[in-house]
Design a protein around this ligand. Structure first.
Ligand SMILES: [Mn+2]
Length: 231
């Protein structure tokens, strides 16, 4: 099976529950994490630690991408850019310092700062927020980490299909209440710790083979199973 999970934003519990619910088998399945592991939620360090452990243990079956929140952390540590501190970074630094030794902290920050922008396999192209149709898939600029839903969805299907060789693009970044497939894009961020309507915040685990997903809602503590809408 092929899975995607994105924009976890520090919800380690939700991540754990969903992986168990879907019975993800890291020795056989593929799971791609779409970035924004950190910030807003309380357990950023645990989430980064868990995903790094999985990538290290199952490099053929677990892939992780960078999101704009890891990019802000990268800019903070590399060039002192303070933007991150105003987007949850202050709390994440405290959590990292509480969870990791100095050496572990450096190792995890270095690891998440160097994650790729794009992953692709024969079936799909995976990215955090979007793709620039004027740049080759392996030469995308870092701006794509910040691409708005409006910009990404204004690209014609033909243009995007030409870039991806007809593979759907699986992404996160902008919270949605339901996951839908428009024929070439699949937005999978259910707004974990970020969506404006608190009661509707969720974390999703998408099964790309079955086109279904599990949504964990911290407000109710329940996991709902839904089909991906297609039109
Ligand atoms: Mn996000």
């Amino acid at each position: 099976m092929k899975f995607f999970m994105t924009d976890i934003h520090g919800d380690d519990k939700g991540m754990d529950l969903l992986l168990k619910q879907a019975q993800v088998d890291f020795t056989r399945d593929l799971i791609v994490f779409g970035g924004d592991m950190i910030d807003r939620g309380k357990e950023s360090a645990k989430v980064v630690k868990r995903i790094k452990q999985l990538v290290d243990a199952y490099p053929e079956h677990v892939q992780a991408l960078i999101g704009n929140h890891e990019e802000m952390a990268r800019d903070y540590y590399r060039s002192g850019d303070n933007l991150w501190l105003r987007h949850g970074g202050r709390e994440t630094i405290r959590d990292f310092e509480k969870t990791f030794s100095k050496a572990d902290m450096d190792e995890h920050i270095e690891w998440m700062s160097n994650l790729p922008l794009v992953y692709e396999d024969e079936g799909f192209v995976y990215t955090h927020a979007g793709l620039n149709p004027f740049e080759a898939l392996n030469h995308q600029s870092r701006d794509i980490l910040w691409m708005s839903e409006a910009d990404f969805y204004s690209i014609s299907k033909d243009h995007l299909h030409a870039l991806t060789m007809n593979r759907p693009v699986v992404h996160g970044h902008t919270p949605v209440e339901r996951i839908y497939f428009d024929g070439c894009r699949l937005g999978c961020d259910l707004g974990s710790n970020t969506y404006s309507i608190t009661e509707e915040r969720g974390l999703g685990l998408v099964n790309l083979d079955q086109m279904i997903y599990y949504a964990y809602k911290p407000f109710t503590g329940k996991i709902e199973e839904r089909s991906i809408m297609q039109y």
